[in-house]
Every structure is written in C-alpha cells, then in structure tokens.
Design a protein around this ligand. Structure first.
Ligand SMILES: CC(C)(COP(=O)(O)OP(=O)(O)OC[C@H]1O[C@@H](n2cnc3c(N)ncnc32)[C@H](O)[C@@H]1OP(=O)(O)O)[C@@H](O)C(=O)NCCC(=O)NCCS
Length: 194
C-alpha cells in the first residue's frame, strides 16, 4: 500500500522565532550536510523548518509499516527538497511555502498524493479541522477518520485511518496541525486499492 505523510509548521509561532539559532536543536534535527546548508542559507529559519517538516512527513509515512523510533537526524533530506531518505528507503517529497506556513508531503510511490493546507479561524479545534478538510477533499459521503488504540506505540494510538460507513478504506491518509494551520495528504490512487 502506498504510504503518505505530511507536516505543517507555522513559521510565525513565537515559540520557534529563535529556534534556528539554537545550535543544539539544529544538531539534533539535522545531519552534518543539512547543518552546513542551514548555516549557509540566506533564510536559515525557513530551511530548518522545511527540513524538519520533511522529516516529520517521512516519519509519518514510514511509521505505518512497522515500529519506528523517530530520530530526525536519520531522515536525510535531499538538497533540492525533492526526496527524503531513511536508511535504504527513499521517499518522494514536496515542500511548499504558503505565506507563513511550510507544508511538507512525503510519499512512497511514483504517483503524488493529494494534499492541502488551510488557515484556521481562532478558537477552532485543529484536530477536527484537519479531519474535516480531508473528508471534504475526498467528497464526504459517509467518510470518517479515527485512530485506533495501538498498544506499544508512543502514545497508545496508531496513525489516522479512513473509514466509509464504519468500514476501513484502504487508502492511506495523513493529518497535521501546527499553530494557525492544518494540513493533510492522501493517496490519490483511488479508494479500496488492495
Ligand atoms: C507522530 C509525530 C511525528 C506527530 O507530529 P506532531 O508535530 O506532534 O503533530 P502533527 O500535528 O504534525 O501531527 C499530528 C497528527 O499526526 C498523526 N499521527 C500521530 N501519530 C502518527 C504516526 N505514528 N504515524 C502517522 N501519523 C501519526 C495524527 O493524526 C495526529 O493528529 P491527531 O492527533 O489530530 O489525530 C510526533 O508526535 C512524533 O514525533 N512521534 C514519535 C514519538 C516517538 O517516536 N517517540 C519515541 C520515544 S517515546
């Protein structure tokens, strides 16, 4: 099954205003070559969070194939931001900047997934908004999204899954929310693919 992952980062979140200047954080997230790229970048903040989002997107995609401890440095992002590697696995990648939001999407097969980002109105529940956005893009029609209990996973729950009228649809999806933004990615190959 094709795996997809996505991650949004709100670049105007005050909590990350100076993070790109913190060497220990950069060293925890980036491998040596990525650190050099960040240091030499004309926009180190944008590049750092693009790399971070890419790694999170790839982790979300790959963690669905089996237990995976997340070590950001082990996910290596290509200089052109078109692919991300983890050990011998290479995922396709796209990174888009929408105003003050970075959105990364990673996927395992040739066909690009569908994806989207939306800015939230203040006070809206981000988790629910991400689900609503994805379901709307998939056409609604009895679709729901749930995370099932998964003993042994880092927070006791598995990744989000898509259901139609209560029956799981074999179409991989991914959700993300950060600050004022929500995002999603979904396999574009059509539902019920086995
Ligand atoms: C999974 C993870 C990458 C999510 O990133 P985040 O920045 O916290 O949050 P995001 O908004 O980008 O994504 C959250 C969404 O990811 C999805 N998600 C959660 N776990 C996931 C997983 N293992 N795989 C794919 N998607 C997952 C959920 O849909 C979640 O949204 P929801 O809570 O509204 O359902 C992050 O929590 C993480 O690093 N987990 C791994 C921790 C780990 O391995 N720890 C090991 C030591 S204990």
């Amino acid at each position: 099954m094709r795996r997809v992952g996505n991650d949004v980062v709100d670049l105007e979140d005050p909590a990350i205003a100076q993070t790109h200047l913190r060497e220990r954080f950069v060293a925890r997230v980036c491998c040596e070559s990525e650190r050099a790229r960040v240091a030499g970048s004309s926009d180190p903040k944008l590049l750092l969070w693009s790399l971070f989002a890419a790694k999170e997107a790839a982790f979300k995609a790959l963690s669905k194939s089996g237990p995976l401890v997340f070590a950001h440095r082990r996910f290596v992002v290509a200089e052109d931001l078109r692919s991300v590697s983890y050990l011998k696995q290479v995922l396709w990648l796209r990174v888009d900047v929408h105003g003050s939001c970075v959105h990364a999407v990673a996927w395992t097969d040739d066909e690009p997934p569908i994806f989207g980002v939306e800015k939230l109105e203040p006070g809206v529940d981000a988790s629910a908004a991400a689900r609503a956005l994805l379901i709307q893009r998939l056409g609604g029609g009895g679709l729901t999204i749930a995370r099932e209990p998964q003993p042994g996973s880092w927070n006791g729950y598995g990744p989000p899954k898509l259901f139609r009228d209560g029956v799981e649809v074999n179409l991989d999806i991914s959700l993300s929310h950060d600050g004022r933004f929500v995002g999603f990615a979904a396999d574009s190959s059509g539902a019920e693919k086995r």
